[in-house]
Design a protein around this ligand. Sequence first.
Ligand code: ADP
Ligand code: ZN
Ligand code: ZN
Length: 818
Amino acid sequence: MQHFINVILPIPLEKLFTYSISESEFQVLEAGMRVAVPFGKSKIYTALVYETHITPPEVYEAKEIHKILDEHPIVNQLQLKHWRWIADYYMCTIGEVFRSAMPSAFLLESETLILRNQRGVVDEGALKDDEFLVYEALQHQSMLRVDEVRAIVDTKNILPILNRLLEKNIIILKDEIYEQYKPKLVRYVKLGSAYKSEDRLEELLNSLTRAPKQSQVVLSLFQLQATDKKPIKVTDLERASGSSKAVIKTLIDKGILEEYHIQTDRVNYGGTTDDFDLKTLNEHQQKALQEIHESFDNKKVTLLHGVTSSGKTEVYVKLIEDCINAGKQALYLLPEIALTTQLITRLQDYFGEKVSVYHSKYSIHERVEVWNNVLVKKAKAQIVLGARSALFLPYSNLGLIIVDEEHEGSFKQFDPAPRYHARDAAIVLATLHQSNIILGSATPSIESYYNALTGKYGYTSIDRRFGDVLMPEIELVDLKEQTRKRRMKGHFSERLLAEITQTLNDGEQVILFQNRRGYAPILECTTCGHSPQCPNCDVSLTYHQFKKQLRCHYCGHHIALPESCEACGSPTLDTKGFGTEQVEQELKSLFPKSNIGRMDLDTTRGKYGYEKIITAFEQQELDILVGTQMLTKGLDFRNVGLVGIMNADSLLNFPDYRAHERSFQLLTQVGGRAGRTQKRGKVIIQSYNPYHQILKQVSTNDYEGMYKEQLYEREQFLYPPINRIIKITFKHKNFNRLNDAAEWFAKSLMNVFKAGILGPEYPPVARIRNQYLKNVIIKIPLGQPLGKTKNSIKRIENSFNAISQFRSVRVIYNVDHI
Ligand code: ADP
Ligand code: ZN
Ligand code: ZN
């Protein structure tokens, strides 16, 4: 009898691929194990066994596999089911899901580029012969393709060798980005080891009687140690003792105190776990928790709608506690890597080393480590905190999923496929595990709130801030009027400047929000009106002053700042609009004594980019933080008195049916960073259109009003949650071919569906990286079966691909979130 396996290849194939295996391989192979397989003329891929069987494929001769790569499955059945759902629902292939679900170290293939790991310490004697050959070759050549390595060691079974070299830290893969920046370490102090005994301690205090300041520091250290068993930060000691950095430094120099550092973002936890006491919930949190439990008892997805700073995180912590006490795994999903920094510390305080972190900025080694820990159910990974990719880990008994900031658009992956929404995929994952799932937000998405109102989801709310801190006071400033009355300094109204000054004088911090990075979005010639465009995309280049460059935010193309207009030659170049860089610069001249930081894509590259800025702001080394929407999400800063929104209009005018919902969420969230402790915070929103309905709703905290109005619009124009939508994007470098193709596809859709087809239309940016784009939108009534509809679309795509001139046109589906 012959034996076969069907495997998932990490490429967009519609079907599973079949390979033949020997009788003995058949005995050991199981679904979820990896095998190295040949594909096409000369490629080698890492594939995943989906099933074993004895039926030969009909249309091709099954090739043999090269090698089995795992002794045990590293992917389980629940994951395979989940991937299958993602592929079907989001209209992509399971191979694409596989590729994006696995850490890339698990997916070596013949195209992978291999480099020497400069940081690895190599024990040459411990290398096997074949490993040494590769190691030696990399001394002479900086980079090798897997194919080339195969020639060097002269074997087909190259992937196992590379896997071993990766484990030994001898090689790295090309797509790994190693961070140059050393993470900012938090400084802690303890009493010098020489003073541990009581006698020596008494001697010490006696000897310090003539140095009252130093003695005060030592006493404060004792006090802190007595009240709080946790490690003591230098900044806390400074505050508690009321003494200067210099005094503490003297004590450290004398050896009376010892300083040490803890890196906050790493998974390893240095503290003790025995101080496992959670905060006591207040009555509102208690009530919410109660209602969540009831809703969980009814097996419902549950929405926790709690205003900013109402203490949602503490409620999650209680749920996690229950979950891990029941011996189950918990997954805490966040929309943005930036948020993990703050939350890790908070969760580790409660759960110690049970918390693991998983996201794309981690090196592949760290990701493989977490994967394996989850796989074997190590206690170390019982709680996983992560961005959307954490959904794909090999959980086997999830008891709880938390989707924090569930309204966030960044839960949607747009490129590459699978183009999935992590919140929705999490709900499916919870169903597969029969796990509880809670969605939390201060500003729920219209869909989730709709689902709660219609009884599909359970619902509970907390409508006041923890400690009865008031919601921030929101003031709208009319930029038109301020400009007319000449009350503007740069982009700052008189009101905003006065409030910034006041806040800084009170010793509090300021956050300023501007939705664009760079210095100015457009450079324009005042003589002829020309503004430099990207040669590859249909957009103007953005002016970045610091680098004296014009950059394209779509493809990265950049040129040096021209001195005169490239069209008419006049030196009359001027900027239009403004970004974070310009706000930062204006601030520096308006508040020369203040420390100003900026948080946007340009300042947060690399693994520790966020951490540097967030920690500096937290530790109050910065007085003012300017940033893009990155700083709107769930960050908890203690000392922010004022949030200023530089210009709300660009948000409101975005051409998208969700623009108003998004503006409401974003403005409420960024405003929510103000006044999170005792004092009431203040928010100033600058706008040319202060009477806009959404701005009114934001300033009166009227979520209900916003929801009703938006739902009415969705009903009028048949958008979700009233209808489902799928967007099909066509992409090609030839303009005419693209138009023909999109036209053909849209007509075919019309023939099948009769109604609900919009387009083809050009998107606002109709060419990116020299590819032209066109969209067709399909609106699907809720009653119409979704699976069938997608099958019909796929059938049209099959006929489309049979037409030779259309075959090279890319067809991209986005389902629900477009
Ligand atoms: P949210 O997630 O709703 O924005 P947080 O959970 O961050 O709110 O809570 C806001 C602040 O209130 C945090 O600093 C948190 O430590 C504090 N807090 C919340 N609940 C409690 C509690 N039960 N006891 C003590 N402090 C709390
Ligand atoms: Zn000109
Ligand atoms: Zn471009």
